[in-house]
Structures are given as C-alpha cells and as structure tokens.
Ligand binder design. Structure first.
Ligand code: MRU
Length: 337
C-alpha cells in the first residue's frame, strides 16, 4: 500500500519525506508554518497540488501561532512556479477574511485545509475518468516526473489517468522517464506504480525519443505546474523536449491537471516564473560529484510546453482542446479572480 503524501493528525502536519523514497518510508512532522515552508522548499513534499495542500495546512498552523499574514508571505516565497500554491493560499486568505471575527477561526481554517485536501482526491479521480477514456484498451504510454498520488492529495493527475484506465480493465505498459536532475520518475513514479501493481519500465530522459521511434506509443501524459491562459503549460524540466519528440512521432501529448493549476491571469508561458534550483542538484548524483565541483551549471526546475504541442488538457471538468485561449476563457471568464 502506498503511504499518503500528507496526513493531518493531532493538530500537526505529517509529510512523507519524498527525498528518502523509495528506500525509506518516514514522515516529517510540521508543527508550525516555518517547518511547513522549509519542507516545501527542500522538497520533502513536492508536486503542484501537494504543495498547495501543505501550504493550506501551514496557514492553519500559523493561525494558531497568531502569524497568519507573515505565514502567507513566507509560504508564497517557497517555490514560484506551481500556481496551486498561490491558489491554496488565496483560498485560505478568503476563508479567513469571511470569518475574521469568529472565535473558532483556528478550527475553521483547519477544516478548510482538510476540505482542500479531500477535494483534491475527488478532482483527481474525475481527471482520471476523462483521461482513461482517451486511451485504447491496450496502451503504451510515457510519463515524466511524478504526477501521481505522491504529488497530490492522493490518486494523482497523469498517474490518476493510468490508475483509472487500469481500473476500467485496460492493459497498460507505462514508461517512466527518470527525470534528471532530481529523479522523481525513477524514484517516485516507479515506486508508486509498482505499489499499485501497474506495469512500469524506467528509461532515462534521453531514451524517450528513440523509444517512440522503435515502439508504438499511444500517448504521452504528464502533469503541469501552471497552465497559462493560452494553454502553454509549465511542467518539470524535460517535458518540452518530450512533447517535441511526441509531435515528431505523431504521438498525442496530453497534460493532466486540475483547474487549480490554471493561471488565467498569465497570458502565455513566457510570463510563467521558472524556478532555478541549486547547481549541486546537477553536479551531484547520490551525494557524489559527477562533474568538476566548480563547473558552471544552469538548473531550471521547469520548462514550458507551447500549447500547439498539446493534444488536450485533461481536467476534472473534461478535456480542453484547441483553440485553448477561447476554451480556457469559457471556464475562467475575465481571469482567475
Ligand atoms: O519539482 P516538483 O517535483 O515539485 O515538480 C513536479 C512536477 O513537475 C509535476 O509534474 C507537477 O507538479 C504536477 S503534479 C500532479
């Protein structure tokens, strides 16, 4: 059984330490907002929806500390790309504003965080059902990074599509890109799909194009960290190259993402802030240098796939197709607000 990425127990947030997986299963306990922010920053918890849920609980903890406003700022400064983080902070701020004069504000905010947590699982299941309908009964697919139960409140977005397809009796062969530099595909996607008894094969990122040239691949499905108003989608570094390879081989490339990942106020991918992480993530593997220790490194954590490479964006309300600008505008008339 796959352990949950997040648990709220006895007034504290328990985060499955994803840095230790798949070899060790241990939880880190966050009893205040600063511990929660640090855990998001160092990627104990990661994945766009999961960091949104963690931030919501962080704000519930902050209310108890009497530091809600400071916490909202601190949590918003942890990771810049996944818009779910800002979406969850805004939802908690709105809840607080609506109940500001009530005595049991701490309890109300804990409940709201738990609601965000529970809703995310249902949303993923709905994404799964819409996505599964796109796949043939015998399906070979590639995914990148980890957009699974570990990256969400449970079930997953891209991996939720595979779970739903398997539940519907479809026969799947899933290839997981290892996802350099942090290896979320090799360590997390492989682990979580194996835990569910799904057929998973790990490839290095550089093998995906060749795989498509040699094997019939029916779909590439990834998650997203932010979808702009024109359908451009930011996701883990390497996704863009995978989408180009998919286009070249005539393989449909799908994004699976909840509506909380859409930033209708962001006109295109060019405006999405891209997190750059520490150089040692690239210089080292398994704690050991694989490069000259002082070599220069560029380490963007995400890239942007232009919407013309995307065959469809699978959401909890159905599959959005081109023309993306018009179709996203229908869901978010006048922007996110
Ligand atoms: O840096 P990470 O591990 O947080 O990046 C995660 C991804 O890029 C996922 O694909 C994305 O957040 C979607 S998770 C459902």
């Amino acid at each position: 059984m796959l352990p949950p990425a997040l648990k709220w127990e006895d007034g504290a947030l328990y985060l499955l330490d994803q840095r230790a997986l798949p070899l060790e299963t241990k939880y880190r306990i966050c009893r205040d907002y600063e511990e929660t922010a640090a855990a998001i920053e160092d990627m104990t918890v990661r994945g766009a929806p999961a960091i949104g849920v963690a931030a919501a609980y962080g704000l519930a903890l902050a209310e108890r500390e009497g530091e809600f406003a400071e916490a909202a700022k601190r949590l918003a400064a942890t990771r810049p790309t996944a818009v779910n983080l800002f979406w969850a902070i805004k939802r908690m701020e709105e809840t607080r504003a609506a109940h500001e004069n009530e005595k049991n504000l701490t309890v109300l905010l804990e409940r709201e965080a738990a609601k965000i947590h529970e809703e995310d699982v249902e949303i993923n299941k709905s994404i799964g059902r819409y996505g599964a309908a796109l796949l043939p009964d015998e399906c070979a697919a590639i995914t990148h990074c980890n957009a699974g139960a570990l990256a969400t409140a449970g079930y997953g977005t891209a991996l939720g599509v595979f779970r739903a397809a398997a539940e519907a009796g479809k026969k799947l062969k899933i290839y997981a890109d290892e996802t350099r530099p942090r290896l979320q595909g090799a360590s997390l996607t492989a682990y979580e799909l194996m835990a569910d008894g799904l057929d998973v094969t790990v490839i290095t990122d550089s093998m995906a194009a060749f795989l498509m040239s040699r094997t019939k691949i029916d779909a590439v499905i990834t998650g997203a960290d932010r979808v702009a108003a024109n359908g451009d989608a930011a996701n883990k570094i390497g996704t863009y190259g995978l989408a180009i390879a998919a286009k070249h081989h005539g393989v449909p490339f799908y994004i699976a993402a909840p509506l909380s990942t859409f930033d209708a106020d962001c006109p295109s991918g060019a405006e999405i802030p891209i997190e750059e992480r520490a150089a040692d993530e690239v210089r080292k593997i398994g704690g050991k240098y694989i490069t000259p220790p002082d070599v220069k490194v560029w380490n963007p954590a995400f890239d942007v796939t232009p919407s013309e490479l995307i065959a469809g964006i699978i959401t909890e309300r159905g599959v959005i197709r081109a023309p993306y600008k018009e179709n996203i505008e229908k869901i978010f008339p006048g922007g996110n607000a």
